[in-house]
Ligand binder design. Structure first.
Ligand SMILES: [Zn+2]
Length: 272
């Protein structure tokens, strides 16, 4: 199995969340343990997860902090992604350097927590770099558990799936993953994944029993587009996998969701 949405090391993740950490853990009803990176991966490898897409984030201009690309330790099980704040004046150069240095499979962007509209001109410049290198982009979409219940300038609008349809049109060769299937605009996200060959949905951030019915109902039509991701440490992968076994889908389809689709997507970059 491949977990396509993983936040580690845990300490760095908690520090990045800062004042949003405790309310977010309550929102997810998550119990956070500060275990070491290798110990975590060893444990999940023991239940059959072979690879982990570990996602850093750079929110230098919006939140004033980041999980550095360097913070993700080298480990054969890690599928490397990088993140650069699109609003930084030197974002394009920094992304090019990060690609050279880390040879990532993809780039993670979180418009709400990085404070940019997905169609902002500066962000477009980064998508061009991603396009030139044949990388994947994972976008956070939908609502955000980070900031829930607090005063903030986090704009949910930046997570609306329809903006990523426009990006899929302008960059038909970039493989675009809409993380968390865009809830509460899940049907919009489903429509885009059905319509655009280069758009995928990751199922992270939601335990399978809470994933909207619309998604499971369309799972067959989206059989090559759905990716298992946990959102560790907010949702634990073992819980996710256990609950998937209660969902009424055939074994072939579950296997595509848990392993095959992610394997093929990573391989398509020639870097996995
Ligand atoms: Zn996440």
């Amino acid at each position: 199995m491949i977990d396509f949405h993983f936040h580690a090391p845990v300490r760095e993740f908690v520090e990045f969340l800062g004042e949003y950490a405790e309310p977010a853990f309550r929102y997810f009803n998550a119990k956070i343990e500060l275990k070491e990176f290798k110990e975590i991966l060893d444990y999940y490898e023991g239940i059959g997860i072979k690879r982990f897409v570990v996602l850093p984030i750079d929110s230098t201009t919006f939140l004033g902090r980041r999980i550095h690309n360097e913070a993700v330790p080298n480990d054969d099980r890690v599928v490397r992604f990088v993140s650069v704040d699109p609003m930084k004046p030197n974002a394009v150069e920094e992304l090019k350097e990060a690609i050279k240095k880390f040879e990532p499979v993809g780039v993670k962007l979180h418009p709400q927590l990085q404070g940019f509209h997905p169609l902002d001109e500066k962000a477009m410049k980064l998508y061009e770099v991603v396009n030139n290198h044949g990388l994947i982009i994972v976008f956070h979409t939908g609502t955000s558990g980070i900031g829930a219940g607090l005063r903030s300038s986090i704009r949910l609008d930046y997570g609306r799936p329809i903006y990523f349809d426009e990006i899929a049109v302008r960059f038909p060769d970039i493989k675009i993953v809409l993380a968390h299937f865009g809830w509460p605009w899940t049907e919009e996200a489903i429509a885009i994944a059905l319509h655009k060959p280069n758009v995928y949905l990751d199922l992270s951030g939601w335990a399978p029993k809470y994933v909207p019915d619309a998604l499971w109902k369309n799972a067959k039509r989206l059989k090559d587009k759905l990716l298992f991701g946990s959102d560790f440490p907010l949702i634990k992968p073992d819980r996710w996998i256990n609950e998937l076994s209660q969902v009424n889908l055939d074994a072939d389809l579950k296997n595509k969701i848990l392993s095959e689709n992610a394997g093929r997507l990573i391989k398509s970059t020639g870097r996995g």
